[in-house]
Design a protein around this ligand. Structure first.
Ligand SMILES: Cc1cc2nc3c(=O)[nH]c(=O)nc-3n(C[C@H](O)[C@H](O)[C@H](O)COP(=O)(O)OP(=O)(O)OC[C@H]3O[C@@H](n4cnc5c(N)ncnc54)[C@H](O)[C@@H]3O)c2cc1C
Length: 96
């Protein structure tokens, strides 16, 4: 980490990781493969979609969904968005 991060960030991460390891046994061990930094955010774009049908605002039958489309930022929000879109598809095509 020291070779790629500024000293202020490297030092804070070292302190934080060491602190965290005190409360979570096994987090910091010699068997760890890698400790890294997640440095990007979720999708910087959002594909437009209708609020009620969940379809693209102009492309019928296209259902932008989840992180890549700009509607989720993590596992749970992606799962819930997928569930909502699946329900909308069921309503549209099966009428239920
Ligand atoms: C390193 C890392 C760590 C993360 N840690 C966390 C965490 O701790 N907690 C958290 O909540 N979130 C975390 N996330 C974010 C989380 O993983 C994503 O937000 C979530 O998985 C997005 O789900 P999704 O279904 O929208 O997209 P994805 O899970 O990316 O699913 C998209 C799917 O589409 C498939 N696909 C792509 N192109 C095509 C194609 N042309 N045809 C057919 N299939 C295709 C892909 O193979 C993939 O299976 C992390 C992400 C990364 C990268």
């Amino acid at each position: 980490m020291a070779s790629i991060l500024p000293p202020s960030v490297d030092q804070r991460l070292r302190t934080g990781i060491t602190e965290f390891a005190r409360s979570m046994k096994g987090y910091l061990t010699n068997e760890a493969v890698m400790v890294g930094v997640e440095s990007r955010t979720s999708s910087p774009i959002r594909i437009p979609r209708d609020r009620s049908t969940f379809q693209h605002t102009t492309v019928r039958g296209l259902y932008p969904c989840g992180e890549g489309a700009g509607y989720a930022g993590g596992i749970v929000s992606a799962a819930l968005d997928g569930q909502n879109v699946a329900r909308a598809i069921a309503v549209t095509y099966a009428g239920s």
